[in-house]
Each structure stands twice: as C-alpha cells, then as structure tokens.
Design a protein around this ligand. Sequence first.
Ligand code: ZN
Length: 420
Amino acid sequence: MENFEKRLDDYAKLIVEVGVNVQKGQPVEIRIAADQYVLAEKLTKAAYEAGASSVRVDFNHQPLSLLHNQYKTVEKLAEVSAEDKARLEYSVENLPAMIAITSADPDGLKGMDMAKQQKASAIRYPIIKPYIDKMESKYQWVIAGAASPAWAKKVFPDLPADEALAALWDAIFKTSRMEAGTDPVKNWEKHNASFKAHMDWLNEQHFDYLHYKSAQGTDFKAWLNPKVKWLGGGENLHGGPERFGHEVFYNPNMPTEEIFTTPMKAKAEGTVYSTKPLSYMGQLIENFSITFKEGKAVEWQAESGAEVLDKMITMDENAAYIGELALVPDSSPISQSGILFYNTLYDENASCHIALGAGFPDLYEDYEKYSREELEKLGVNDSMIHVDFMIGSDELDIDGYTQDGKCVPIFRKGEWAFEV
Ligand code: ZN
C-alpha cells in the first residue's frame, strides 16, 4: 500500500503542477466525487504547496444527482440562486484554476429522467452563459481520472473487486505517463515536445486531403480546408504573461494522445472500419463500418449494436457528416493497454479516430469573427452530436496529398512515418 500512497501523491502533484499548473496566489477549485476524498486531500495539499491562495473542493455523488432529478421540479433543477450567482461572480473576478476528476460509474445515472434534466439545462444555461463567456479561455483547467469501485467493475468485470480497483488505478497511472521508475514531469515535457514537432510539421503541409488504408478494409479519403490547423497537447494560457508575468503552459486533458483537425463537411469518400468497440448511450457498438459519399454516411453495418449506430447517425441532419480527424500512434499507452474504459477522456485517445457530428470552429484563425454560415462555408460541420470512434491499428497507413498533388506518408503501420 505504501507504493500506492506514493503513486497517488505523485499523481496529485502531476495534476496540479503539470496539468493545471497552479500559479502563486491563484485560487483553485476542485470538482471530485465524495468517495475520492483521499485524492481530494492530496490535490489540496499539492495546490497549497504550489502557492494556491485558497482551495475550494466541491464534492459530488451520483446517487444525490439521481435524488435531485427525482424530487426537484424542473424549475428548481434549473434555479440559479443568489448564492450560485455570487460564486459565478467570484470566479469571473478571480479566475481560479479548475481541476475536475472523473471517476463515475458509467452506469450510475441509469433511471435518471433525462428529458427533465435537459429541460432544466435549457432554462439554466442562458442564465449562466454570460458568466461562462466572461471566463472563456482565461483560466487553466484540467480533467483527469480516478478509479472508483463501480467504474473498475465495469472495466474489469471478471476480476474480484479489489483487484479490479487496483488494475484501474494502474491503468490510470500508466496512461498518464507515470510508468514506474520514470520521472512523470519529464515524460510530459517529452510528450509535449513531440506533440509540438508533429503538429508544426502537419501545419506546414496544408494538405488537400488524407487517404487512409488498412488491411482490414478501410479505404477512405477526407479533404481539408488549407486554412485549418492541427492541434494537440497542452497550451499557453491566454493572457498568462499579463496576469502572472510569464507564460503559463497547462494540459487540459490527462491523458491526451491525439493531434486533431476538423475536415470539410461535404468532402469525404470511402469506407472506414472500426478497430475498437464504441460505447454510446450505455450500449456497445462492435465491428462496424461506415461508407461515406460526398461527406455523408450513406451505408453502415455493425456486428452488434446496429440499432444504436442507426440512432447515432440519424440523430440530426448533420450527424451523418464528419467533424474531426485525429491521429494517435498505435504505440501510445492507451492503445497498448487494450482497455475499453467506458469514459471519453480515455477512450477518445485510444487510437486514430474520426468523429461524426460537430466540427471545431476554433481550428480556424480568428474563428470568433465568422458567422455560423461562414463557418459552414469553410466546411465546419454543426450537429447535436460529436462521437469519436476508433479506426487506428498497427495496420493503418495514412498518406497526405499536398495542394500540388504530391503524396507524403503520414502513418505507416500505425506509427508516424515522417521524421521531426
Ligand atoms: Zn478526438
């Protein structure tokens, strides 16, 4: 157990110093499940040691969310009280660093009245939106995972409870680049240097389209707007130097493995085959393929979960179009773990993937200046859904075609094919 204590200490420090990068004199807020009080204590200690002026911990508990949903009226669920508003104003003024820990039971909200919840959010959202807008990209934040017994049982159903919990913690540490005997801070420095080198290279190419091919049957082309950027890894806080006197580099997701972009909506052709199961709306979709014509999914099949796949692709008018292309080497820790986590933070980083649904406007320079129609013209899809599914494996090759028709290898057998 001593070893586990030490790893948890290291993990808390990594989240505070490398993840959210708490600055001297800055307040910190932590959102975490009540049963993760040990990690909450370690995060709080690490935050104070990094110079936090105050640390506020907001504990949550899935059964309480269920009770509120059951007994509150929609109006009460939607209510933004005077106390809530005062807190939001405090956040706007003081811009705390935000740490969110995900550990929930993937099935823990079964039985919740989702329609009631959605009605409440629809009323609540416009009231808190002005506060969110004022804080947008002005503070550091991070999402990281913590193992809970219910989540562990879902991921490792065949193991006894204590072994499942230990196995999930181990997977969380490893995928967060905390392999035993290595310096996690150094690992993340290297990881981010690699992100930057690959991103810079991709951004210099201004590819016209990418061509995916695998022995499994994937043969798929997706076109890019030459102005769109590739993005991945950590980032510098906007206004960091003005506020703190120096750049503040932080990592919003721990783990993170993907370098991603947003393709042109009506320009994709061919068929992709899934390489990992997709967990969607509490159900598994396995061994499926989707064929695209003029950007739109026109044909699909699945060995299991076909009805859920139907529902997903037909969710709204644009759910059948692609919003994201992401590159993840097969050698990355999540891919190598072979684990289905039933948690987006991990599963979206499992291998090369594409997403059906909404694209990312912020991958265009000065995106705030564009109207929705102008973004649509650039090729950015807009949909209610954004669902990643994995198409990467050690058999995947990807070529990029430049504006003048030159073919440049990007991936060979699931790994980067160019030197940086
Ligand atoms: Zn992604």
